[in-house]
Design a protein around this ligand. Structure first.
Ligand code: FES
Length: 106
C-alpha cells in the first residue's frame, strides 16, 4: 500500500478500541489513542487472528487467540508466542478522514 489510501471517517474509531479495515489483500488494524491514530497489520504473525479484536494496554495490543502483545507504534511483538513483527502504516487525517500507507513508502 504505497500510496495514501482512504480508510474512512475518523469518527468511526473509538478510543482504545481496535477497528479492522480491508484494502485489497491487506488487512489493517487501527487504534485511536488519545487523539492519535496508529495502524498495524491486522493479521497476527503467529497464526490466524485479528489484532483489531485484541485489547489495548499501554500502546500494546494483545492478540485475542494466544496472547502475544504487539506494540502498535512499531508492530514488534513484545511477548511470545509471536516472534515476527507485523507491518506498520503511516496514518494521516485529512478533513476528518483517515488515510494510511505503508511505513516504508515515505
Ligand atoms: S494467533 Fe496471535 S499469538 Fe497466536
Amino acid at each position: 500500500m504505497k500510496d495514501w489510501t482512504t480508510l474512512g471517517p475518523l469518527v468511526d474509531l473509538q478510543n482504545e478500541v481496535g477497528k479492522r479495515y480491508d484494502v485489497g489483500e491487506e488487512r489493517l488494524a487501527l487504534f485511536l489513542v488519545g487523539g492519535d491514530v496508529y495502524a498495524i497489520g491486522d493479521l497476527c504473525s503467529h497464526a490466524e487472528a485479528s489484532l483489531a479484536e485484541g485489547e489495548l494496554f499501554d500502546m500494546e495490543v494483545e492478540c485475542p487467540r494466544h496472547g502475544s502483545s504487539f506494540d502498535v507504534t512499531t508492530g514488534v511483538p513484545k511477548s511470545l508466542p509471536a516472534t515476527t513483527p507485523v507491518p506498520v502504516y503511516e496514518v494521516r487525517i485529512v478533513d476528518g478522514v483517515i488515510q494510511a500507507r505503508s511505513k516504508d513508502s515515505a
